[in-house]
Ligand binder design. Structure first.
Ligand code: 13P
Ligand code: SF4
Length: 303
């Protein structure tokens, strides 16, 4: 079947099954094109909360689909590839969090949404890259254990007065950007604005004009007077920016970097997911209840 034929079939099947397709900014272009809504982790979590359809097909990595399920348990949530995980989320276990709590009694635990449900269940409040600073600023404690991303922890730590106790996790995609990549890109495009995701190493964050979530970058580039942007994040977002903001130029910082898990989902997988109603995302009820508390605190904060 041609790409357009497949897209038409997906649209038909989506209507027939009363489904909504949520797509993260890092997905391949053709999957973004069949999405009802494309966004960053926070936007997609918020969107999932209010969904009234029978099915959500979540095109992203597992922790994102799990978040949608936890926030909207009555909806059937499908992920088109069961092996689309996030290595950073898998760097921390529930036992690690329990250990951290013993080691730092009285500290509030804030976890990045890039965590598995059992880690969220041991967490006081979640955050995303879009609201991490505001979430921490609103925590009534002078010590916060921050898991799992040490780079987001370092970025936030520089912005707030709270003591941040980081876990040692990181994203293998964002930590590939180097200061030399940024310097080279700046030399090639001297007028360009440098946009950096906070999962990058601190020496890369130091060279940013703006540090933003994926959708934060998109919004900034849309509204900015600037016409050229050097972007240090996964390539899928840079593609979206180039497609949706004509007349402005977007350059990968140094080399393009890809999240292989995000890129596993293809149109064929989306079709099969809808057709066969696979792979259903499930979370143990006890874990789900506890994880929902930390997610709802973040959502309720309306930061
Ligand atoms: P955003 O919330 O900025 O989309 O980031 C998600 C992510 O996994 C970044 O690597
Ligand atoms: Fe996880 Fe990094 Fe991929 Fe985001 S880009 S899903 S943090 S591995």
């Amino acid at each position: 079947m041609t790409e357009n034929g497949l897209k038409e079939q997906i649209v038909k099947l989506k209507k027939k099954k009363d489904a909504l397709i949520l797509v993260h900014n890092y997905q391949v272009a053709e999957v973004q094109e069949v999405g009802d809504y494309i966004g960053d982790s926070l936007e997609l979590a918020r969107k999932a909360t209010g969904v009234k359809t029978s099915i959500i097909v979540f095109c992203g990595v597992r922790f994102m689909a799990e978040t949608a399920k936890i926030l909207n348990p009555d909806v059937k949530v499908l992920i088109p590839r069961s092996d689309a995980g996030c290595p950073m989320a898998d760097m921390i276990t529930r036992d690690d969090v329990i250990e951290l709590k013993k080691k730092h009694p009285g500290a509030v635990v804030c976890s990045y949404v890039n965590t598995n449900a059992d880690v969220k269940a041991e967490t006081d409040i979640c955050c995303t890259s879009a609201n991490a600073v505001e979430v921490i600023e609103n925590i009534d404690s002078d010590r916060v254990v921050f898991t799992p991303d040490k780079n987001l922890a370092s970025y936030v730590g520089r912005k707030v007065n709270t003591e941040i106790i980081p876990f040692d996790g990181y994203c293998y995609v964002h930590t590939r950007f180097s200061p030399e990549d940024i310097e080279k890109s700046k030399a090639a495009h001297p007028g360009a604005v440098v946009l950096v995701h906070p999962e990058c190493n601190p020496d890369v964050v130091d060279l940013a004009d703006e540090v933003l979530s994926t959708s934060g970058m998109l919004k900034y580039a849309r509204e900015s007077a600037g016409t050229e942007f050097i972007v240090a994040t996964e390539e899928g977002l840079i593609g979206r920016m180039s497609r949706e903001i004509p007349g402005k130029a977007f350059y990968s910082a140094g080399r393009a970097h890809f999240c292989f898990n995000m890129k596993k989902i293809r149109l064929e997988d989306v079709y099969r997911s809808l057709d066969e109603e696979i792979y259903e995302v499930t979370v143990e009820p006890e874990i789900m209840e506890k994880a929902r508390v930390s997610l709802e605190r973040m959502i309720a904060a309306k930061l």
